[in-house]
Design a protein around this ligand. Structure first.
Ligand code: PMP
Length: 408
């Protein structure tokens, strides 16, 4: 038996060897323990799912046998039309033919890897970036090159100096980035669109958090500025329910057929029933008011987290002030190892995600990602207080070493 296992293990293909299971999935196992205060998951609060609307839509969607039948690879036509309308305005019309429904937006990374990445192709990513994208794209064996970012998102000037013309792709998130919470400024979106048009760079604009803006302000997408150069990814996971696994890509016309072919090869099509449930839920305009409710709830939870951080964190800890989404990105004093901190935090029933896996290379170990989406405000305060006490203890141990360093 042992012999069979080890010889099968040796047959794992090169591309799968370095794949690890996502750090977040591993941590989520702990968060199910009783009384855990979890800032770890990237999942939405289940109370935001709008269950009555989903239930009614499910009944309507499951009337006919066709909801349980195979369906087209491109996706359910009325849903594709709805998505195309949502992304169209007077300046910029999206055709339903450029919309491909995917099994969560996560599937899009895999399809993009298949269509656009040869081994060793250069993929530009934000520093830090969404680890699920790194995990999925890494199966196509690219070389990741990180582009710096600040509180206004990816630094477009730095992109220029990295040499975008030699890259196969640039992957970025324009709104309330996972993990830093940053929103890319309008000016930078314009510069990045201009660079793409000038150099032929293809951009993956991954945008699952756009609707969760606390100020309700929508900054135009890069897709609307350079539709022939952008693959736009959208998702119903954060505004409706992630278990439905319905996301979508809007792709440049020249790539439409190729994406349909690889999607067909991958899974024939996404769940017929899920797509119809989504369509039945959104068709009469349910989302417009629903996302406002979610955003205002998350805003309250975010404010609770920011004020708890202000109250409890020792000097030397820095964080961003998000304008939407789900995440706060915390910089600890350098020298504190966030993985060691996590072990101690789990012991006092607080969970978060250490920052290292969000870096494509040269990981920094003194960052952590905190989600404010799933914990209630009073829990948030208690959890941050416990975390701050630990960081304080770590800082005290560190101080003599830091002081000696300064003397050298
Ligand atoms: N992109 C980002 C930035 C995400 O945070 C997530 C989920 N955490 C996804 C894509 C994938 O989401 P889904 O497959 O549920 O649409």
């Amino acid at each position: 038996m042992a012999h069979t296992l080890s010889s099968a293990g040796r047959r794992i293909a090169q591309r799968a060897r370095s794949l690890n299971s996502s750090a977040i999935r591993e941590i989520l196992k702990f968060t199910e323990r009783p009384h855990m205060i979890s800032f770890a998951g990237g999942m939405p609060l289940s109370a935001t799912f709008g269950l009555p609307a989903l239930r009614e839509a499910s009944v309507r969607a499951s009337h006919g046998a066709e909801s349980f039948q195979y369906s087209t690879t491109e996706g359910y036509a009325p849903l594709r039309e709805w998505i195309a309308r949502e992304h169209s305005d007077s300046q910029h019309r999206v055709s339903p033919s450029s919309v491909l429904v995917t099994s969560g937006s996560q599937q899009a990374f895999d399809l993009i890897g298949k269509v656009l990445l040869d081994p060793h192709a250069t993929v530009l990513v934000e520093r830090p970036t969404y680890l699920g994208a790194l995990q999925s794209l890494s199966l196509y064996e690219p070389e990741f090159v990180s582009v710096p970012m600040d509180e206004h998102g990816l630094v477009s000037k730095a992109l220029e100096s990295i040499g975008p013309e030699r890259a196969a792709l640039l992957y970025l998130q324009p709104n309330f980035q996972n993990p830093t919470g940053a929103r890319l400024s309008f000016q930078r979106r314009r510069s990045i669109a201009e660079i793409a048009r000038r150099t032929g760079l293809i951009i993956i604009e991954d945008d699952p958090y756009a609707a969760l803006a606390f100020d309700g302000r929508q900054v135009p997408s890069i897709h609307s500025m350079a539709p022939d150069h952008v693959i736009y990814l959208g998702s119903f996971s954060k505004v409706l329910a992630p278990g439905l696994r319905v996301g979508y890509m809007i792709v440049p016309r020249v790539l439409e057929q190729k994406f349909v072919q690889v999607k067909q090869a991958a899974d024939l099509h996404s769940s017929t029933l899920s797509q119809r449930i989504v369509y039945e839920t959104v068709r009469e305009g349910f989302l417009a008011s629903h996302v406002l409710r979610i955003a205002s709830l998350y805003r309250e939870q975010c404010e609770a987290m920011l004020s708890a951080l202000d109250r409890h964190m020792p000097p030397g800890v820095r964080w961003n002030v998000p304008e939407g989404g789900m995440f706060v990105w915390l910089a600890l004093p350098e020298g504190i190892d966030s993985e060691a901190l996590l072990k101690d935090a789990l012991a006092v029933k607080v969970a978060f995600v250490p920052g290292a896996p969000f870096f494509a290379r040269d990981s920094l170990h003194h960052y952590i990602r905190l989600s404010f989406a799933t914990a209630a405000p009073e829990q948030i305060d208690l959890g941050i207080e416990r975390l701050a006490a630990l960081i304080n203890a770590y800082s005290r141990v560190l101080t003599p070493y830091l002081a000696t360093d300064l003397h050298r």
